[in-house]
Design a protein around this ligand. Structure first.
Ligand code: ACM
Length: 394
């Protein structure tokens, strides 16, 4: 054990999720899920008889604040392990600080891929674990003429590049691509609505994030489009964003993620019930929160094996641990620091709840650089047996 933690008699860790600003809705769920996992671990005796002590700051959805608070955590607060970040712009602001201190960031959010840092553990989905499955489902059920609408920052640009490749691979077409400000309101989507009317795409792939999401879906509904025929598909519209819209606005739209709060497995129900017991029955529990939760358990198990919170010693232990996460058994890939995950595709029902419409039933090896950029080969690690696309949902 290093001197700092021994002197404090706790495992001090940093927690950086926004409680205010554009993406605070989903980041608050990541914060609460992180604290739930820490409380569970501490209630069971902590790690090697010492509690985990979170140092929590609010970086206000701002890359600049994220960076300043990461400096503070690693300097003044002397933590070595940090759990945090939603937007890729904030991860990219924090990572150089983490790297210069030889610390370790646990990042629990789906992202655009094409990144590796020895100092980052990626527990959200890479494109081969969500974009590919969503695209396949959409091509089969809706068509392959896509329009792309995104927030104006790095994730939407890069995620759209991946989706464009998949659409072209299928023989389809991108009819238009446009971006709105991060804090867009309903009126910012007037141009998108006009373009949808003009070009009549089969699918609108949205990379709009945070509070602007509900504004987009409301504008779409107000324009009279029919999601049953022409849905919005988005990897960044989860339970937290849907909580901001009436059910009739949400109904019919789609996403892909490894976890949904409606997932019926015993492990998923346990997690969702524990979260809602603290925050109320109506509290949304998205995949971003599930990853925030299981990554704390993975880190705790690695600290216990290493006998230290020193990233140099924690990192090699992480790859040897399998954890029974709410979504299914997960583990970190030793070569790329990303996570083996269980993709599922879901559609919002009339109550505004995600119902799984395609459960491939396989755990998918992370391929962040899309080395296998194929719609048909997702690098499954052989856990589970793949169901064909048209099979009933599970
Ligand atoms: C994201 O910015 N990774 C959603």
């Amino acid at each position: 054990m290093d001197d700092v933690t021994q002197a404090r008699r706790s495992w001090r860790v940093g927690v950086l999720f926004s409680q205010t600003g554009a993406t605070s809705g989903v980041e608050r769920t990541q914060l609460q899920a992180t604290l739930l996992a820490i409380d569970e671990i501490n209630a069971a005796g902590g790690v090697l008889d010492l509690p985990i002590e979170p140092v929590v700051y609010d970086p206000q959805s701002s890359p600049k604040s994220f960076r300043a608070l990461a400096e503070r955590l690693l300097g003044l607060d002397r933590v070595r392990l940090v759990f945090g970040c939603y937007m890729s712009s904030t991860r990219k602001a924090v990572l150089p600080v983490i790297e210069s201190h030889r610390a370790l960031l646990f990042y629990p959010t789906l992202y655009e891929g094409f990144e590796y840092s020895k100092h980052c553990i990626y527990t959200g989905a890479a494109p081969n674990q969500n974009s590919v499955q969503l695209a396949r489902f959409l091509f089969e059920h809706y068509g392959n003429r896509f329009m792309l609408v995104g927030s104006n920052y790095v994730y939407p640009y890069e995620s759209n590049r991946v989706m464009t490749d998949l659409v072209r691979q299928s023989g389809g077409k991108i009819v238009n691509e446009l971006y709105v400000p991060l804090n867009a309101r309903e009126e910012h989507f007037a141009r998108a609505v006009n373009e949808i009317r003009k070009t009549a795409p089969d699918v609108i792939f949205s990379t709009v994030v945070g509070e602007a999401t509900a504004a987009f879906y409301k504008a779409y509904r107000a324009a009279g489009f029919d999601p049953a025929r022409q849905p919005i598909a988005s990897l960044t519209t989860g339970e937290a964003e849907v909580a901001d819209m009436p059910a009739e606005v949400a109904e019919g739209h789609l996403t892909a993620a490894p976890f949904f709060e409606t997932l019926g497995t015993a492990a998923a129900r346990r997690f969702t019930a524990a979260y809602k017991a603290r925050h109320g029955e109506a509290a949304p529990v998205p995949a971003a929160a599930e990853a925030a939760y299981f990554q704390v358990h993975l880190a705790a198990a690695a600290i216990a094996r290493a006998g230290s919170a020193d990233p140099e010693r924690v990192l090699p232990e992480l790859a040897d641990i399998e954890f029974a996460a709410p979504q299914g058994r997960v583990r970190i890939d030793r070569d790329n620091n990303h996570t083996y995950l269980w993709p599922r595709v879901a559609r919002l029902d009339a109550r505004g709840k995600f119902q799984i419409v395609w459960n491939p039933g396989v755990r998918v090896r992370p391929d962040p650089y899309s080395v296998v950029p194929s719609l048909d080969d997702w690098s499954s690690d052989g856990i589970g047996s793949a169901l064909p696309l048209s099979s009933p949902a599970g």
